[in-house]
Design a binder for this molecule. Structure first.
Ligand code: PEP
Ligand code: MN
Length: 685
């Protein structure tokens, strides 16, 4: 052996020693993790101890003539790895069966893409072993695979320090029913890779993902006569160059992707800026809990209502609780111009009582609020080593570790009692010019039971407007007790109702029967009605939780008030905060009326929930002569509004003809209501 070979053999031997020693160190770390798992009072991080270890390392390093700076960097990585390994034991300690299952993880791109590499890194800290990593052509395709069960998680890039937020991913997070369960950061190091033997002079085309090309503009600008060509993925562009076998084409990708594609690195450090870090989120179909001792982040999605200062008020709740905001993004809502969807990342665990209190307050000022997820904060490690060092010796987060509440012990969202025992203000559902639930307003919703034809619905809309309705009702999909009864005109009926609504400037309310129709009905209707027969259709309620349209929820004819509130809770829990409750009569032994109007439900509901409560006297009575007296009772009982059926010619009505009011009765209704509504301090607009 030459002396050089001798030294190399020596190095190889020492490296084996080092790795063996690291493995042994890790064993000890895992024993400590097991101790922490069994003793929830022991904090996960012990800054005092970490500082001591740092001191010992730098002192001993100094004695051996080693740079304390580099020794410190090595130790930092060792500690990062140890901490993450401990989290694997701790993070989801309440779900052992989930932890044991190996998983498939999807990403956008080809093998060797940054997302693929980041999955490998992230799962060293997660409990589940990875069975496979599956590349998809688009983010949407990867999420489709998640929804169909083909993969259990998907890793999505969400922001980059150079290119900024990745809009497509933000949009998909809002649209899909997914939960953020983890995050990862990856320091992107682009290289220019070509066929073996290729030179910069040979180049005519540089291929990569558009974001990567954008990040290397300065370098690309120096390559005279070279064209940049978009590809769906960085790693995919490397494989395509290998396949083309053409020295005039090169790719911008990771060094790992170049190696896998059999390409040679022509140039390193081609990005415009040195620090190019991408943050990824791991999404799954179910939310996951994070141990209170792990530093966590929580992501939210909400729409603030239209009032001035609404966003500022929303954010103030977090400041009041001493919660740090890490990120705020806004996106326009295509269906409602000039309304925005806000994404917020917060420091803290969603189970921390302070965060829970802030969320409860936030719900009071949002039309839609969804917790996208709570996950371990891994952003610190991705920072510059110097910054990371400072952050790591900083004192642990101020809050004492919150006690982990039992699952299911959540405060209901429908309740009007805040955690601090104060009463939550009544929520107001704004539709058109109506403010349903505002204590000084009384809302009339009028219209036919069913949309029958254009002439009928047009005339009905005119009657509704003349009688002072703020919204037009009309059934397009009718839930009928008999399969032989008129079932409604369906989509055609909805289009006619919308036309009538536009003609008379009235927003429309219509019933949706099936979960799969919700999205489409929501594109046209201003308010979605859940009928009495569907009050406990939980699949339907869950779907309604996702839309950004108010929901009119009718009480089931055999449902208790508690069950009505639980049904509303489904919608709120899904994110949709705009629910109006409706008492429409219940089944009793009495046969003189179609149902028995439970007048007491109104004050009982008003005392128990912040949601608006309206009354439907038409279906309760089943007879037009009783509609007006019952409507008066509803006003006196404190209802926020009425929904009443009318028809231009009840004799020929295809549905509920006996209870439909005519013009004459509508006049009587108005005459009776005006003084009554004023007497309870409200206004009938
Ligand atoms: C309706 O409003 O036409 C209707 C079907 O009502 P309910 O679901 O209360 O019976
Ligand atoms: Mn009806």
């Amino acid at each position: 052996m030459t002396p050089l070979e001798d030294s190399r053999a020596e190095i190889d031997r020492i490296d084996r020693e080092l790795i063996r020693a690291l493995a042994e160190r890790m064993e000890a770390v895992r024993r400590i993790a097991a101790h922490k798992r069994d003793n929830p009072d022991v904090p996960l991080r012990n800054d005092e101890r970490e500082r001591e270890v740092f001191q010992v390392w730098s002192e001993q390093g100094r004695q051996h003539g080693l740079s304390p700076y580099f020794i410190g960097r090595i130790l930092r990585e060792v500690l990062n790895y140890s901490r993450r390994d401990q989290e694997r034991v701790l993070v989801r300690e309440d779900e052992p069966e989930r932890a044991a299952r190996s998983v498939r993880v999807g990403y956008q791109g080809a093998p060797g893409a940054y997302s693929d590499l980041a999955i490998e890194k992230l799962f060293t800290s997660r409990p589940q072993p990875v069975k496979s990593r599956e590349g998809f052509h688009t983010f949407a395709a990867a999420l489709d695979a998640l929804e169909s069960g083909e993969v259990q998680y998907v890793l999505l890039p969400i922001e980059n320090t150079i290119a900024g937020s990745i809009n497509d991913v933000y949009r998909l997070l809002a649209e899909r029913r997914v939960h953020v369960v983890d995050e990862e950061v990856w320091a992107v190091e682009h290289v220019l890779a070509g066929l073996p033997g290729a030179t910069l002079e040979d180049l005519e085309i540089v291929r990569s993902h558009p974001v990567a090309l954008q990040q290397c503009q300065v370098f690309l600008g120096q390559l005279v006569g070279v064209t940049a060509e978009s590809h769906f993925d960085t790693a995919g562009s490397a494989f395509s160059v290998a396949e083309a076998g053409d020295r005039r084409i090169a790719a911008i990708c990771s060094e790992e992707a170049a190696r896998r594609a059999g390409l040679e690195v022509l140039r390193r450090e081609v990005a415009d800026r040195e620090h190019n870090i991408t943050r990824f989120v791991l999404v799954g179909l179910e939310a996951e809990r994070v141990d209170a001792r792990v530093r966590a982040r929580t992501s939210l999605l909400f729409t603030a209502d239209h009032r001035r200062g609404a966003l500022a008020a929303c954010l103030q709740y977090f400041a009041d609780q001493g919660i740090n905001l890490c990120k705020l993004e806004s996106r326009p809502l295509p269906e409602t111009p000039w309304e925005y969807l806000f994404y917020v990342d917060l420091e803290g665990n969603v189970e921390d009582p302070r965060l829970a209190a802030a969320l409860q307050k936030l719900a009071e000022h949002t039309n839609h609020l969804r917790v996208l997820g709570c996950y371990p904060d891994r952003s610190v490690e991705g920072g510059l080593p110097e910054e990371a060092a400072e952050l790591e010796v900083a004192p642990a987060p101020v809050a004492p570790p919150p006690a982990q509440p039992k699952q299911g012990a959540k405060e209901p969202l429908v309740t009007n009692v805040r955690p601090d025992a104060t009463e939550r203000a009544a929520s107001v559902v704004r539709v058109g010019t109506a403010r349903i639930g505002a204590p000084d307003e009384f809302t009339l919703i009028l219209g036919p039971c069913a949309v029958e034809n254009r002439a009928q619905v047009m005339e009905a809309a005119e009657m509704a407007r003349d009688a002072g309705a703020k919204l037009l009702r009309g059934g397009a999909f009718k839930p009928r007790s008999s399969p032989y009864s008129f079932q409604g005109l369906g989509w055609e009926g909805l289009a006619l109702l919308a036309e009538a609504g536009r003609a008379y400037d009235l927003p429309i309310v219509t019933e949706v029967l099936r979960p799969e129709d919700v999205e489409r009905v929501a594109q046209t209707a201003d308010v979605l009605q859940v009928g009495a027969r569907n009050m406990q259709n939980f699949a339907l309620l869950t779907e309604l939780g996702r839309v950004r349209r108010p929901v009119l929820l009718k009480r089931g004819m055999s449902a208790t008030i508690g069950e009505l509130l639980a049904a509303a809770e489904y919608v709120l829990a899904g994110g949709n905060q705009q629910v109006v409750l409706c008492e429409r009569g219940i089944r009793t032994f009495e046969t003189a009326t179609r149902a028995t109007l439970d007048v007491s439900a109104v004050p009982v509901l008003k005392a128990r929930t912040h949601l608006p409560v309206i009354v439907d006297p038409s279906h309760a009575a089943g007879r037009r002569d009783l509609v007006v007296p019952l409507a008066c009772a509803a006003v006196a009982a404190g209802a926020d509004g009425l929904i009443i059926e009318l028809h231009p010619d009840p004799d020929v009505a295809l549905c509920d003809k006996d209870q439909a009011l005519t013009r004459r009765e509508l006049e009587a209704l108005r005459t009776r209501l005006v003084p009554l509504v004023a007497a309870v301090g409200r206004r009938l607009a």
